[in-house]
Design a protein around this ligand. Structure first.
Ligand code: FRU
Length: 517
């Protein structure tokens, strides 16, 4: 099968610096038209233009680096570049120059997603997919994709030397899709996995090995999705994690295309989740759990994890799946989630909580103590909240409401997003039926038996200008959704429908901006 042992050769078709300058000008022009009504205060977004997947996540030389898929010339997906921000503390971010633009033959239609890894020499290596349209024009003839290598010219990771293609695509063995490399080292061997649509249209992850990070040999199919409807696994991930008993497990993550909606599952167009299992080098991955979504919200996709000092961290893209996408009128489109830390529980379920560093976003704190919300009443918590975090508990035993929780982004025109515990569904629900802007619909995060029997449901609700992230029970479930408020002040209210709600504790934290506005 597909083996590449030849040296990579750069094949320039354009001057990279000139392409980067054009891209910067594109973002600047969109920035000049930007409407900030929903532009994030503390989530990462581009100054202007469209973004999707987080790429090249790493910590290097004392800074956190987040790259992302960027279309600098419009608010729709288009020829992909890599945008870049960095931070010393994960709280205040600095905008860096656009890192990569299409300038080689193999990436002429896009510098697609990829990841960073620190090599044996202590320097970061960036692997990504070079994308061309197979018919040379557009997506009607499918993709032609290969894996590429780039190395930063210095420790700021702001300029790159592109080395060229390291893995060619065996076009007779795959059905077009062949992308999104993730590299790691295990027991002295370098491994690369990426997503493939097989000749039989099955979603697979392939595994390659290397001794020197440059020359790669095909080893095997690491994983094939059991659902025959799933034709591609985008942005796959593969990493070890230790459970509370000190036992090492392996996690496969992917963003599956093609799965049909079923009950509460697979409600988004494409769906990102994971399996926990075991793996021995030389073998396929053996799943020990069913598929579980990383996030139950309307807008979560293509997450990427990275390892720093034994911690497994992750960032996702809040994908606006359903058109029309109202923020596209505003000069920008799309933001990333907060950085999350992944921890494995004894139940083989991963928890994803915002990394502790981001507590630094909190500026002031107001403890509202215990609150009782009478049947069918509302209690206003904030008159106008653009950027806050709410920490609250709901006493499930003393709450009789059918739906108990919050209305956020509640504007005078009646628009709001509901974030509630739903006693009929036995789940946390995010419901946008009353939103005047954007996609509607609701999403359901079913709770475990122990969560339903616990005295308290714990919520952390991050509200930004145009999105929310809801962290349930220390990250056992998370829901991320866009939520576009109407005109005027944006209230937050406690609500109890057809019954009362007991809130033993409620704290409001005002959050700082992340420096990117
Ligand atoms: C996922 C994805 C990746 C690809 C990139 C292109 O959202 O489709 O598979 O590399 O986006 O922008």
């Amino acid at each position: 099968m597909a083996t590449t042992l030849t040296d990579p050769v750069p094949t320039p078709i354009a001057d990279h610096d000139e392409r980067l300058a054009r891209a910067e000008a594109g973002v600047r022009a969109l920035r000049a038209t930007r409407n900030d009504r929903w532009y994030p205060h503390y989530h990462i977004a581009s100054d202007g233009g469209w973004i999707n997947d987080p790429n090249g996540l790493c910590r290097y030389d004392g800074r956190w680096h987040v790259f992302y898929q960027l279309h600098p010339f419009g608010t729709q997906w288009g020829p992909m570049h890599w945008g870049h921000v960095s931070s010393e503390d994960m709280v205040t971010w600095r905008r860096e120059p656009i890192a990569m633009a299409p300038s080689l033959e193999q990436e002429k239609d896009g510098v697609f997603s990829g990841s960073a890894v620190i090599g044996d020499d202590g320097k970061p290596y960036f692997y990504y997919t070079g994308h061309r349209w197979a018919n040379g024009r557009d997506n009607t003839g499918g993709d032609w994709q290969v894996q590429m290598l780039a190395e930063p010219t210095d420790g700021t990771l702001t300029r790159f030397t592109k080395r060229g293609m390291v893995i060619d695509c065996p076009t007779d063995e795959v059905d077009h899709h062949f992308r999104d490399p993730k590299v790691f080292k295990h027991e002295g061997t370098w491994y690369m996995t990426f997503g493939v649509s097989s000749r039989e249209h099955r979603g697979q992850m392939w595994l390659y090995t290397s001794d020197d990070m440059v020359h790669w040999t095909f080893e095997r199919v690491l994983f094939e999705h059991p659902d025959p409807d799933v034709y591609m696994l985008e942005c796959p991930d593969f990493f070890p994690i230790v459970n509370p008993d000190g036992e090492r497990k392996w996690v496969i993550g992917f963003s599956a295309q093609g799965a049909r909606p079923h009950g509460f599952a697979n409600r988004n167009r494409d769906n990102a989740g994971y399996l926990v299992g075991s793996w021995q080098p030389g073998n396929a991955f053996v799943p020990e759990t069913d598929f579980r979504p990383w996030d139950y919200g309307h807008n979560f996709y293509a997450p990427q994890s990275f390892t720093v000092d034994g911690r497994q961290l992750m960032v996702g893209w809040m994908s606006p799946f359903v058109e029309p996408i109202d923020m596209q009128e505003d000069g920008w489109c799309g933001n990333l989630t907060l950085v999350r830390e992944i921890v494995l529980g004894a139940d083989n379920v991963l928890r994803t909580v915002p990394a502790a560093e981001q507590l630094g976003l909190r500026t002031s704190r107001e403890d509202l103590g215990a609150v009782e919300v009478p049947t069918n009443q509302e209690v206003t918590v904030c008159e106008d909240a653009e950027a806050i975090e709410l920490e609250m508990t709901i006493d499930l035993r003393h709450t009789t409401a059918e739906r108990a929780g919050l209305h956020v982004h509640a504007t005078p025109d009646g628009s709001c997003t509901a974030i509630v515990y739903d006693d009929q569904l036995q789940a946390v629900v995010i419901d946008r039926q009353a939103a005047v802007h954007g996609d509607k619909g609701y999403r359901v995060a079913p709770l475990g038996k122990d969560e339903l029997e616990a005295a308290e449901l714990r919520l952390r609700v991050f509200i930004d200008r145009g999105c929310v992230e809801v962290v349930v029970n220390d990250g056992r479930e998370v829901l991320s959704s866009y939520s576009f408020p109407g005109e005027g002040p944006r209230a937050v209210r406690l609500v109890a429908e057809s019954g009362s709600m007991a809130v033993p504790s409620l704290t409001v934290h005002r959050l700082a901006g992340n420096g990117l506005e």
